[in-house]
Write a protein that binds this ligand. Structure first.
Ligand code: URA
Length: 210
């Protein structure tokens, strides 16, 4: 597994406002969206392209376009949904699948409650969206499902990661073609499974606690 922490002043600036408990849902959603677009720029550095010939008003030239099969973007419900627009803004031709995963707050184990993805992901590049890489349970389960369906290149875009979650991913997904792109690896997880200092419950901060 490869880990890429995006080091950029705009990323740090937006992340600081996201962390601030005074930031309310509408601003939180807008900043998360902007932050994802900045992370998406790095996350798509190895997106596959193919050569095309075009003609400009001045001359013929060779350029590139995204290859087929199209990349697949998979937000993990609920909070990953708040990252979808920011990602597809840069990849408008991507296909979108959905995975609903919930973690048991006592055992911290992840289970799937919704799965809407193509059966066959052979040869596909997949971008998984989940704001918080905390224990790693949800992302490991999601990525194992994608790899089982044939995905041969998976990039997880997360706003924040905990060192414990990164370690679990490295252990459970050793030898798999997985990259994690994040704005920060924070200090630790607390006893409730929250990232410290983190930003709290990402889903609640985006959508309220319903
Ligand atoms: N999920 C969240 O929303 N926040 C955390 O800090 C950890 C997991």
């Amino acid at each position: 597994m490869r880990l890429h922490v995006v080091d950029h002043p705009l990323v740090a600036h937006k992340l600081t406002t996201l962390r601030d408990q005074r930031t309310e849902s509408p601003t939180f959603r807008r900043l998360a969206d902007e932050l994802v677009t900045l992370l998406a720029y790095e996350a798509t550095r190895d997106v596959r392209t193919e050569q095309v010939d075009i003609v400009t008003p001045v001359a013929g030239t060779t350029g590139v376009k995204l290859s087929h099969p199209r990349p697949l973007v998979v937000p993990i419900l609920r909070a990953g949904l708040g990252m979808l627009d920011g990602m597809v803004r840069l990849l408008p031709t991507a296909e979108v699948g959905f995975l609903g995963m919930i973690r048991n707050e006592e055992t911290l184990q992840a289970s799937t409650y919704a799965n809407r993805m193509p059966e066959d992901l052979s040869g596909r590049q997949v971008y998984v969206l989940d704001p918080m890489l905390a224990t790693g349970g949800t992302l490991v389960a999601a990525i194992q499902e994608l790899i089982k369906r044939g995905a041969d290149d998976v990039t997880a875009v997360v706003l924040l990661a905990a060192p414990e979650g990164v370690e679990v991913m490295e252990r459970e997904l050793a030898g798999t073609p997985v990259t994690v792109v994040t704005a920060s690896v924070d200090e630790r997880l607390n006893e409730h499974g929250y990232i410290v200092p983190g930003l709290g419950d990402a889903g609640d901060r985006m959508y309220g606690s319903a």
